[in-house]
Design a protein around this ligand. Structure first.
Ligand code: EPZ
Length: 416
């Protein structure tokens, strides 16, 4: 397994271009299963998770070609099973459930199983499908769902679930009648997906709000769509500029999508200004410790919590990080402590006391965003950091070492 070697202490300077959003590309690629004919999607990021979802889609009988622009021809599907060996590598595979039941009348998808950051059940996905008339059973670790034709229903999500909203929004596109999703998630990736579904012939209003209405249609046809920029990748580089005292233009991401982060960075004494095509982030005037509380969009994103903890770890004072979305998303804390951070975890809160400097050390990635956090810690630490298990990183960041090197970081990937 490859490792990342980082020599800390360089101020990041220059410009970084943001790639397409993993969490938009995954549901958008899956949406092609609803369509007869060819769909083409642009600005798809080149990531391990994208390779996994392409394997899944091919497994159902669709033809898939391309990389940054991907063409999917889902005219003839001849399989409705998503196997455990693929689903266990990417939980988002559960997104195929709704489209397969809607298009093919049935699906057999492995339960995703546990995850480092939490139990992450899919009960709300299944409950919604049942309310739309599907017969759902759990058998040998698989979800078996079938319905001659899903029927529109009013669905209330107990929790704002991103992929739950996406799964059921897609299923409702081909249902008979109207579906209303209440307490729906409002992430920008859901709006991006809805735009693509509408180009395919779906009738959707309200995406991006807590109430989404979908009028079912009888068929959908392939269309073109473009994946939005990755706001979490953008936020990761913005925090990198802040903690190293650098001066970086982060381009290709609408500042609106990182509004909560911008507010928090400014509270912490970082200069952030809007520039054409993105933002300019300048650190170097000290870091004020602040409190962070993760919430569903438009609140502070849980996917930037670990990265923001590095900023607090080298801040001037005490900051409290409250994680409200997942029950175990502090796996990065133990590794940060090995680098000299002063952090105490109590339940869903981490109390972070800033230290004058972190020290490079051998550390281990446990999940996607924890690995990004440890790269950032290596950039700001004194000495050398060696990060192992970086396959986690490759799931969600396109060529991170190249992008950070271009900004002046001393970072390289070495084959294990
Ligand atoms: C999506 O995961 C993202 N993944 C995650 O990004 C992100 O952290 C998360 O949303 C929250 O923003 C993709 O979009 C592919 P949820 P998802 O359903 O949809 C509970 C990354 O790093 N819940 O919104 O799986 C759940 O346990 C990844 O890119 C149920 O209880 O998250 C969690 O506590 C990590 N039952 C909360 O809801 C359900 O049926 C929110 O989860 C569904 C969810």
């Amino acid at each position: 397994m490859d490792k990342m070697i980082i020599e800390g202490g360089e101020k990041l300077k220059g410009t970084v271009e943001i790639s397409g959003a993993k969490n938009a590309a995954l549901p958008i690629l899956v949406s092609s299963l609803l369509c007869e004919g060819r769909s083409t999607f642009h600005n798809v990021p080149e990531l391990m998770d994208i390779k996994t979802v392409v394997k899944l889609i091919r497994g159902f009988g669709a033809e898939v070609k391309g990389a940054k622009s991907i063409r999917v021809d889902a005219d003839r599907l001849d399989n409705v099973e998503a196997s455990y060996d693929l689903v266990k590598t990417m939980r988002a595979s559960v997104l195929v459930l709704g489209p397969l039941v809607a298009r093919m009348g049935r699906a057999r998808v492995s339960l995703p199983g546990g995850c480092a950051i939490g139990a992450r059940p899919v009960n709300l996905h299944l409950k919604a499908l049942e309310e739309m008339g599907a017969e759902v059973t759990l058998q040998d670790g698989y979800i078996e769902a079938k319905a001659s034709r899903l029927r529109g229903a009013t669905i209330y999500f107990d929790i704002q679930t991103v992929t739950g909203t996406e799964n059921i929004m897609m299923a409702a596109c081909l249902a008979k009648g109207t579906t209303v999703l209440k307490n729906a998630a409002k992430e920008p990736e859901i709006v991006n997906l809805a735009e693509v579904l509408k180009a395919m012939g779906a009738r959707i209003t309200g995406a991006g709000t807590e109430t989404i209405t979908i009028e079912g249609v009888d068929r959908m046809t392939g269309a073109e769509g473009t994946v939005m920029p990755d706001r979490i990748e953008a936020g990761t580089y913005m925090i990198g500029a802040a903690i190293t005292g650098g001066d970086v233009n982060v381009l290709g991401c609408d500042p609106l999508y990182v509004d909560a982060l911008i507010t928090k960075l400014i509270d912490a004494g970082i200069t952030v200004e809007t520039i054409p095509r993105g933002v300019r982030v300048c650190g170097g005037n000290g870091i004020r410790s602040i409190d962070i509380k993760t919430m569903p969009y438009p609140g502070f994103p849980t996917d930037l919590q670990a990265q923001m903890m590095v900023l607090l770890a080298v801040g001037n004072g005490l900051g409290v990080v409250t994680e409200t979305v997942f029950e175990n998303r502090f796996m990065h804390v133990a590794e940060l402590i090995r680098m000299g951070a002063d952090i105490i975890v109590q339940g869903g809160c981490a109390i972070v006391k800033g230290v004058p400097a972190l020290k490079g050390a051998p550390v281990m990635a446990t999940d996607l965003r924890a690995s990004a956090c440890l790269v950032l810690a290596g950039l700001v630490a004194e000495g050398k950091t060696e990060l192992s298990r970086i396959y986690h990183l490759d799931r969600g960041y396109q060529r991170m070492e190249e992008k950070f090197s271009a900004l002046g970081a001393r970072i390289r990937r070495v084959p294990a």
